[in-house]
Design a binder for this molecule. Sequence first.
Ligand code: NAP
Length: 275
Amino acid sequence: MKDSTEEPSPDTRIKLNDGNEIPLIGLGTWGIGGKSCYKTILEALDIGYRLIDTAPMYLNEEEIGRAMRDSGIDRDEIIITTKVASADMGYESTIRACHNSLRRLGVEQIDLYLIHWPSAGRNIKTWEAMEELRSQGLVRSIGVSNYTSNLLNDLLSSGGPIPAVNQIEANPFIYDIELAKYCADNRIHIEAYSPLTRGYCLQEKKLLQIANAYGRSPAQILLRWSIQRGLTVIPKSATTTHLRENFDIFDFEIYLGDMNKLDTLNTVSSMLDWR
Ligand SMILES: NC(=O)c1ccc[n+]([C@@H]2O[C@H](COP(=O)([O-])OP(=O)(O)OC[C@H]3O[C@@H](n4cnc5c(N)ncnc54)[C@H](OP(=O)(O)O)[C@@H]3O)[C@@H](O)[C@H]2O)c1
């Protein structure tokens, strides 16, 4: 295992503020269901992915759990992330939702449990339940998703633990620099969702030029940009060639000048701009 001060590699692990560790790349699974999900997870684990991101609303926790068991890979090598849905927020309902995810996944512990979306008036009670789940050993790390710095401030002021992770949309086209700084200052690790812009911006001219110059695909440039910014990426793919291509980002580096060019693609100054 390497630590985050060395050259990034598939074995690099980022140390979270609670002492637990996660890789720089994981697999997003929104929209992958049924048999195709089972096959995709097995393929991804075989390629080397060790972080899987799901949520109850993706309706694939059972297939993911089954593929994890059938893969033959030690359970403690795989980081499984799932989330409490908005509909389940609140103290008792969060506890219940976690037990339901544990049952569907068929695991004794969830490695990273996130609040999927903030919900006014229910954030603090939900966070208290997350803390309780962690103290019972049912989840290892707790975090949030789609939280602005103001919402994070509310959680921090409540006196509970600092979230280990904030999972937010991030790629060169959408990057909330102020939020990234807030998270860094408070040792909250950012996981970038939709790191490939859901596929929408892969043909953008500047991105294509840089991809051509490195002999890499636009998707690889986007993912590499994120890990060089210190983010964990969770690209979704159910296509074998893409799964391999997305994992193959550790043998090149984007030079500073090109990182700066990619930064100019950013269209938001704050997450609040595009909400
Ligand atoms: N917390 C939240 O609120 C939240 C919100 C959104 C997403 N997420 C998580 O983040 C994950 C990733 O985000 P996302 O699914 O929105 O979008 P994404 O990962 O940015 O993009 C996925 C799309 O890109 C395509 N793709 C993948 N690799 C490619 C490649 N190398 N070349 C060309 N196209 C490629 C995929 O198609 P193929 O399948 O054909 O490869 C798919 O259509 C989700 O699956 C989910 O786990 C979380």
